[in-house]
Design a protein around this ligand. Sequence first.
Ligand SMILES: Nc1ncnc2c1ncn2[C@@H]1O[C@H](COP(=O)(O)OP(=O)(O)O)[C@@H](O)[C@H]1O
Ligand SMILES: [Mg+2]
Length: 354
Amino acid sequence: MAEVKFEKVKKSFKDVMVIRELDLTIEDGEFFTFVGPSGCGKSTILNMVAGLEPLTGGRIYFDNILVNELSPKDRDVAMVFQTYALYPHMTVYENIAFPLKMKKLDAKIVDREVKRIVGILGLEEFQQRKPKELSGGQRQRVALGRAIIRKPKVFLMDEPLSNLDARLRIEMRAELKRIHQDLKITTIYVTHDQGEAMSLSDKIAVLLQGEIQQSGKPLDVYLKPANIFVGGFIGSPPMNFLTCSLQNLRPVEVNCNGLIFSPIMEDMPKKGVIMGIRPEDVSISVEPSGDSVEVSVSLVEPAGSFNWVDAQWGRVKIKGTAKVNEDLKAGSRAFMKFSVEKVTVFDAVSGKRL
Ligand SMILES: Nc1ncnc2c1ncn2[C@@H]1O[C@H](COP(=O)(O)OP(=O)(O)O)[C@@H](O)[C@H]1O
Ligand SMILES: [Mg+2]
């Protein structure tokens, strides 16, 4: 196990800067996820940690030992990719045993370890099957087993669940989390799926164009997004953004679609503000109540225990939730409200949270 430290890490391909300057410490035993849209540099970061891609600048340390010049095999990392290559002619047992056989360990020890891993991954009944006789999820589990059995210092996982169907992805998520809880090996995980990042990780870093926008515990990032990008990227469906003008400075009052709010913020806005409110914090109902405002329903999407509702509030589109017993459909008149404490306020110019 190891702590992984990035110090001013930079990466360019020819003259294209992909990673600007990465400073970050991933603690020993942590499950850390880089999450961001496609092309933001996630795989590049992982490949630099693995030693598959040289750095353009800066340093990477494992437990304060500089690894920049170490070859992949001397770094003691195990990597799991989206597309996993198993040996087709070997059984599940042989595939998982392979890394230990390469180390020329005693057959008894190998057998004991394979049995343990097969147990952890629930692959007991498939040990004698070949990869082609397995489902996608089972194959991915074998690939994980082959990585786990090496007891590496660091696990590197590049979108390992992306090829699985939705249901299996959720199942494997839970499994990955359980494996990490059992083994407590430092894990650096990469995904474009914010839900996956939120549910798996001790900490996340939200990346955009090779720069960390925010890092921290998933819930902290969700509750206090550092800027509009993070607010919109983390959470599903995405946060609503409402452009408001400054009505008054002391005390701060903003005018949003004719409604005056006194939002809670730590910094003074310079010009206008953008209020972020999550759909799960907006309630829509057929009955008016307290300070609700009138909206027109444009779409109702059942989510099981509640409905997602798209509504038009003047010129503003807003997404909220409604109880399933509310009689709402496209074209219905309805009433929307949210509590001002749930609002995140961003500076309209810089996009930063105020
Ligand atoms: N070997 C390479 N040569 C040139 N450009 C590359 C290379 N690898 C990645 N890139 C570019 O670097 C950027 C980041 O890529 P990548 O790390 O794969 O993103 P992600 O994994 O987040 O989708 C992209 O713009 C990609 O086109
Ligand atoms: Mg990638």
